[in-house]
Design a protein around this ligand. Sequence first.
Ligand code: CO8
Length: 258
Amino acid sequence: MSESFVKVEVRGRVGLLTLNRPQVLNALSNEVIDELSAAVSAFEADDGIGAMVLTGSQKAFAAGADIGAMSDWTYMDVYKSDYLGGNWDALRRTRKPLIAAVSGYALGGGCELAMLCDFIIAAENAKFGQPEIKLGVIPGYGGTQRLPRAVGKAKAMDLVLTARMMDAAEAERAGLVSRVVPVERLLDEALEAAATIASMSLPAVMMAKECINRAYEAPLSESLLFERRNFHALFATEDQKEGMRAFVEKRKPDFKHR
Ligand code: CO8
């Protein structure tokens, strides 16, 4: 049996994915990304799962794409295969929320993987960076696109062009991460956030995620309309009735579609 690079666990209604390639600080080979994509797709199809957490080790979330594997590739190798380093698009397309819990290094493809998640919770020892320039290349899965959207042009240029790392406090100030917590709290914090999300009405959760992501894709007038139509659509769900009635009746809602 081949070695597994992703540990897959279920904690209540939360799917937990742990990158497991410690010898190379969770470097991301095609196999790692494909395994991760398959696990995310399985959780996506599982009605028992309402949200997911992706994490690594204490030392490294992921130290980037596998440099050893890439070093001898030629332009024709990567151009003809339209190299993407595994099925990243399946991760990007997932409709259920995916939270990155980052401890240690999130560099290169590791930082891009964290940014592909819906939000990032960082441990105090987290370090983010896009050091590809030191290898004679540039980020290849969204580093030049998602980083400026998250932290603005000035800091993105600084990080991508100098290859310097940003610590957790700076990442929080810059808006890259939603919370910073002590290392030993990281996993519980992320699992609790995911469990909270998984207790909500899933159609509302998925529409909220889709609407926020639309803010990055469409003009404001279009995305405002997209939001309003989704808001309207939720009035067709039993969970909207339950959520609002429960508030009026001063009780906890019992959502049907989770
Ligand atoms: N790939 C392969 N092996 C790695 C990687 C990596 N990205 N990072 C670390 N390793 C290995 C080291 O070679 C070392 O192996 P060994 O024990 O056999 O010598 C082991 O992991 C431990 O690493 P270090 O001894 O270097 O540990 P340190 O604590 O001294 O340093 C660092 C940690 C600072 C994280 C350091 O390892 C480092 O700089 N790593 C490389 C970071 C980097 O440059 N990342 C960017 C890679 S390029 C990229 O991600 C492009 C993305 C494209 C995405 C998809 C394309 C379409």
